[in-house]
Design a protein around this ligand. Sequence first.
Ligand SMILES: Nc1ncnc2c1ncn2[C@@H]1O[C@H](COP(=O)(O)OP(=O)(O)O)[C@@H](O)[C@H]1O
Ligand SMILES: [Mg+2]
Length: 344
Amino acid sequence: MTSAAAEPPGAEKRPVVLLPFASEPASRRDVEDVRSAVEFARGILEKGGFSPLPFPLSPEGLSRPASLAGEILDKNPLCVFNLFEGFSLDSGAEHRFRKLLEDLDLPCTGNPASVLRICLSKEECASLLKAKGIPVPPGVALLPGDGPEQAASLPFPIFLKPLHEDGSVGVDAHSLVQDELSLKESLARKLSSFPSGIYAEVFLPGREYSVACLGRSPCSVAGVSVIDYEGEGEILPFLDYGSKWEEDSPGYSLSPKKASGPAAARAEELARAAGSALGCRGGFRVDLREKEGELYVLDVNPNPDMTPEGGFLRQCRESGLGGEEVILLLLRQALEDHKERDER
Ligand SMILES: Nc1ncnc2c1ncn2[C@@H]1O[C@H](COP(=O)(O)OP(=O)(O)O)[C@@H](O)[C@H]1O
Ligand SMILES: [Mg+2]
């Protein structure tokens, strides 16, 4: 038992901020990474006068929502600082956990369950953006049993990615297919690894932009970065899993540059439009690529990596916003949003 004398004076009055993270026997690199982000936020919240409480969340725990809800409420949190991105074998846990927090009416940082859910489906996200007049590459969702003929409307080269993942999970050298035979082989292989589906999209060969956004419509843009694969020698012309998470992968050395000029302004305009169309808030990142001088939105990441080394906080720093400011800003926004909802 901890003695009261060991606590800093007034510590018992500090409001609790819960920091959920995936607790599972063996995590994939990208899921494990959330622990570093939680540690980073914990340090800042501690200094900011809060009582941050890392909260391990297991697949079994989430499968018993009533007792999980009880455990959460027992901690009497002022806010949940939600960096939880799901489990290694269950990405959908991300939005289901968030929904549970919403049902408990707790203030919570980041995007609502509805946004987390839609952004986890490449097809739903693209069709919603398209319906709002935001350019996206043509794409088709493919399910087990489907063959290359279901993607016949798409011209080669085609890009294959899991329908319901993020963080470049399932994106590898076999994602880019140039002809019907490689489409057939790669699709069969990917569907057996990702039975919930594969999204086939027209491959966009040009520069890749990423726009870091904060807040809700109109969000503020913290930075636009660009990767020009043309100048990058012997690496894949896209961000595969290794380039994001594996230090020994050739693409890991890729360092996006701060973008400026008309293309960066257009990327920023499209990212804001995508954020408004989806109802994003908190921190989010929008990925875009170019084809024949036009930009298209590829992906909206509503729960970006918040480690200090990650792209999101790097972009914030480049525009003069330190990690500490961002973490405290996200917390403040969550409390304000909750108060506004209560008043309505
Ligand atoms: N249609 C496409 N054309 C070219 N590159 C793509 C396309 N779709 C995805 N990519 C590449 O794959 C990466 C991961 O895909 P993305 O759609 O951003 O999914 P994730 O949610 O896994 O980040 C992108 O950063 C980009 O490099
Ligand atoms: Mg992406």
